[in-house]
Design a protein around this ligand. Structure first.
Ligand code: IPE
Ligand code: IPE
Ligand code: MG
Length: 250
């Protein structure tokens, strides 16, 4: 399947809602945490698949603002798993030239997590391959709220002129900063919703939903399948199909 992908027309930024760990485990009579543990292989697969074909940005929704409302033991297990897997995966990230960063309310995470994340981001800082962005304690509304507050404060302090605010200004205050908008958003688990993931940044993304696939079963072929679907679509951005064809013929 990989051979069919047109490398000149790759989505620059792919974002993934990794959903269905709990149901995957419960379907086999196991505890939800078992699903989270088995999700790590899928994270490795989507990352290595992206590295393999040369995707520039991959954003993974790992823990949402709303996920804080889950039972305490599940939250704790997720945080422990995060620390463990970042440590385990660091050598592979270095080997694959992956640059790790995070978006979200990182200060809300346990101190140990913050420390591990900071170290991993610093270690991979000079890597020049795939930009891997973990969304942690993240939600789209949180992002818009924090950006709005900072902009309002800077306007009040005379550092930002409201008349000069453009889309670019807003981009730069959002947690995603200068990263490009999302071209392709994937969701496993069978639900068709955004679940408060990137909101502004998804404005014109193509969406791809896996109907019968829980996240722990995700393999790089599933990524390639979504990219092939993306490449068959006509992205019109409000224009007519004829205009798009004319431009691509030039
Ligand atoms: C996604 O799987 C992982 C996180 C949200 C942290 P879920 O834990 O949401 O699994 P389901 O959707 O309940 O099956
Ligand atoms: C979205 O999944 C969040 C992550 C994948 C981290 P959820 O399982 O939390 O979303 P809902 O509850 O189905 O909307
Ligand atoms: Mg879920």
């Amino acid at each position: 399947m990989k051979e069919l992908i047109e490398l000149s027309n790759l989505p620059k930024h792919i974002a993934v809602i990794m959903d269905g760990n709990g149901r995957w485990a419960q379907n086999q009579g196991a505890a939800r945490i078992f699903g989270h543990r088995n999700a790590i292989k899928a994270v490795r697969e989507v990352t290595e698949g992206s590295v393999e074909i040369g995707v520039s940005y991959l954003t993974l929704y790992a823990f949402s603002t709303e996920n804080w409302g889950r039972p305490e033991y599940e939250v704790r297990a997720l945080m422990e798993l995060l620390v463990q897997s970042i440590g385990n995966e660091l050598p592979t990230m270095m080997k694959n030239n992956v640059k790790l960063s995070t978006i979200g309310d990182i200060a809300s995470l346990p101190a140990g997590c913050q420390k591990t994340l900071k170290q991993a981001c610093e270690t991979t800082e000079n890597n020049t391959g795939l930009n891997l962005i973990l969304a942690l304690g993240y939600s789209g509304k949180w992002d818009i709220l924090q950006a709005t507050k900072r902009m309002a404060q800077e306007a009040k302090d005379g550092l930002l002129n409201p008349a000069d605010i453009t889309e670019h200004t807003i981009n730069s205050y959002l947690a995603t900063e200068e990263r490009p908008p999302v071209d392709l958003m994937l969701r496993t688990g069978g639900d068709h919703r955004i679940s408060n993931f990137l909101l502004w940044q998804l404005a014109y993304s193509e969406l791809y939903f896996y109907e019968d696939l829980y996240w722990p079963d995700f393999r790089r072929e599933h990524l390639f399948e979504a990219i092939l679907s993306y490449q068959k679509r006509e992205r019109r951005f409000g224009k007519t199909g004829d205009q798009i064809k004319e431009n691509s013929a030039k």
